[in-house]
Design a protein around this ligand. Structure first.
Ligand SMILES: [Zn+2]
Length: 113
């Protein structure tokens, strides 16, 4: 996998990303199989969502849940401007026809911090 310009993307090697962007199929797989968006291994509790400041404020994330340690690693890869939310549970929201946001997303429902 590589970025559009041929340079490796920061997210190369992460389970749910493909060519620097979230893979919809992998995101759905993470949600339904409860596997980590970074390493692809089964999740326990709590899980961590990593998102932008806006995603954090809306409590709606597009990147799938991750292990605590994996989320820290991903935040390091993505750079500044990303926040983490720790939760013991979440809802997986599938977009409906005409949805303003056509992407599948996650809403933590038991935030721990
Ligand atoms: Zn992981």
């Amino acid at each position: 996998m590589a970025g559009l310009d041929g340079e490796p993307a920061a997210t190369d090697g992460l389970f749910a990303w493909e060519d620097g962007a979230l893979s919809r199929a992998r995101v759905t797989q993470c949600a339904l199989s409860r596997v980590c968006g970074a390493c692809g291994r089964p999740l326990g509790r709590p899980v961590v969502f990593v998102g932008t400041v806006d995603e954090h404020a809306d409590n709606t994330f597009h990147a799938p849940p991750m292990h605590v340690e994996c989320a820290e690693r991903v935040r390091g890869l993505l750079g500044t401007g990303w926040e983490a939310a720790r939760t013991s549970g979440f809802e997986f929201v599938r977009p409906i026809t005409g949805d303003v946001d056509p992407r599948p997303r996650f809403q933590p429902n038991s935030l721990l911090d």
